[in-house]
Design a protein around this ligand. Structure first.
Ligand SMILES: C[S@@+](CC[C@H](N)C(=O)[O-])C[C@H]1O[C@@H](n2cnc3c(N)ncnc32)[C@H](O)[C@@H]1O
Length: 270
């Protein structure tokens, strides 16, 4: 089994995605989506951004490596009666099912960054975008002090070192790496721009329960707990994550969590 696929099918990312809906919708609201715009949402999960894109009238193709998330996305689209929003299983490193230049906009929010072979990913994204079309990526930033970068940093300290040749997904959060990957496809450097934006996680339960949700449903955190368990360190990991979640929580409602996380927004014009 492809380890990248196994990682994301392992848990149930819909449980985390449920806390990301508001920011997903807000982000999509700023993309200038118009009726009939052909959008590819890559690493779409269960549609945090794909569903709002379709609500605005776009013709949306969601592609994700995890079969369970594709199924969940299609179920959400059906419930909302979004007939022009279809989710398919696929791999960002090889989108052979999709024709060249077939999308006006490609969106990948915390999605394609998790695929291996980043140069192949950039090549495929650019290939399926029409000339003059836009690409928008949202990528977590290495070393950033906010939530997700810190979860991934803490978790990585408990798992064995990655295999030789492994390229960290977090490099997608560094402007120079992103520019190198897109210019290698022929995109002009002046057509690539960056911004730092904020994504807010909102959950109707306490920060400690939010840690449990990550522990039970988020592949990378599940793996970290499994590895920590083997070394009798799961309690330590739990405490470290609880400290992080509590310190970042800005909700003034007891029994609710609101955590803001900074990400790198990448904008490319083909
Ligand atoms: C952090 S989740 C984000 C999901 C969604 N974009 C959202 O914001 O809710 C990362 C997603 O990327 C998907 N993914 C990871 N590697 C992939 C690959 N090689 N090709 C396509 N999707 C991939 C995962 O299955 C998962 O749904």
């Amino acid at each position: 089994m492809n380890p990248n696929k196994a990682l994301w099918e392992k848990g149930d990312f819909t449980q985390i995605a449920a806390t990301m809906r508001e920011s997903g919708e807000e982000l999509v609201g700023k993309l200038g989506i118009t009726q009939g715009l052909r959008v590819l949402d890559l690493g779409c999960g269960d549609g945090t951004t794909a569903i709002p894109e379709a609500r605005l009238g776009a013709d949306v193709t969601g592609v994700d490596i995890a079969a369970n998330l594709v199924e969940a996305g299609n179920a959400r689209a059906k419930t909302e009666g979004l007939t022009k929003c279809k989710f398919y299983e696929g791999d960002a490193t090889d989108l052979h099912e999709l024709k060249d230049s077939s999308f006006d906009l490609v969106v990948s929010i915390f999605g394609a960054m998790f695929a291996p072979k980043p140069f192949d990913v950039a090549k495929e994204i650019v290939r399926v975008t029409r000339p003059g079309g836009k690409i928008i990526m949202g990528n977590w930033i290495p070393g950033d002090p906010t939530l997700v970068a810190q979860i991934l940093k803490i978790s990585s300290a408990y798992v064995p070192p990655p295999p030789e040749g492994f390229v960290s997904p977090m490099l997608w959060g560094i402007e120079e790496n992103v520019a190198e990957r897109f210019t290698a496809t022929g995109v002009r450097k002046e057509n690539i721009s960056f911004a730092r934006e904020t994504f807010t996680f909102k959950a109707p339960y306490k920060p400690a329960e939010f840690v449990q949700v990550f522990k039970n449903y988020y592949g990378p955190t599940m793996n970290a707990f499994e590895a920590a368990e083997k070394n009798n360190k799961s309690q330590e990991l739990q405490q470290e994550l609880e400290r992080l979640f509590k310190s970042q929580n800005t909700s003034d409602t007891d029994g609710a969590t609101c955590i803001k996380a900074t990400f790198l927004k990448v904008m490319v014009i083909k």
